[in-house]
Design a binder for this molecule. Structure first.
Ligand SMILES: [Fe+2]
Ligand SMILES: [Fe+2]
Length: 194
């Protein structure tokens, strides 16, 4: 599926505000790819499609998780917000015929993060958090870091997400902690070498 076709599909699938957010994520992801590298075609297609399932009925998404052997069942335990990412990757593959695992991965992990994120995963994850429509304080802060260091910016995103969820006393998807440790270990060992 090319970008133009993906945009047509996504415009139909999303409410106008969500489509505008998607356009800003694509723009931000492109800027990050210009700066940090990664496969730009993968990054842009994943950014266009990242919220494809956002407005699907919750029950439908839950049934899709149960019916599909490849989506981990445990996503159902960690709140509804992360479902659209996992199910979205599955729908993009099955309904739109996108087979590129790099695109599907960036869509799947755009909300939770994961251990060993690829550069394409990181850029879509970060772009979703810092696109210019995100005006909360943490986004402003991460935007500044993202201009300097991709991994540190991802770590700040994860810290914000973990603090936000733990302050509310709700569960945190285990991959989010794994992603946090992955970045924190890497960054602290690099700083130790200086
Ligand atoms: Fe999303
Ligand atoms: Fe998004």
């Amino acid at each position: 599926m090319n970008e133009a076709d993906a945009l047509v599909v996504v415009k139909r699938a999303l409410k106008p505000q969500r489509f505008s957010h998607t356009e800003r994520v694509v723009e931000t992801a492109t800027q990050l790819a210009d700066k940090y590298g990664g496969a730009k075609d993968v990054i842009r297609l994943a950014a266009i499609l990242h919220d494809y399932a956002k407005h699907r009925p919750l029950e439908e998404m839950k049934n899709s998780v149960q019916a599909n052997g490849t989506i981990p069942d445990d996503v159902l335990l960690y709140g509804d917000e992360l479902l659209h990412a996992f199910v979205g990757a599955h729908y993009v593959k099955e309904e739109l015929g996108v087979k590129d695992e790099a695109v599907l991965s960036a869509i799947c992990w755009h909300t939770t993060g994961r251990e060993n994120m690829t550069i394409e995963d990181k850029i879509v994850f970060l772009a979703d958090f810092i696109e210019p429509g995100r005006t909360f304080e943490a986004a402003e802060k991460v935007r500044i870091t993202a201009a300097q260091d991709l991994d540190k910016a991802c770590l700040e995103c994860l810290i914000h997400t973990i603090c936000y969820l733990t302050n509310k006393g709700v569960p945190v998807y285990p991959e989010t902690f794994k992603a946090y440790n992955d970045f924190a270990l890497k960054i602290s060992s690099m700083e130790g070498e200086r």
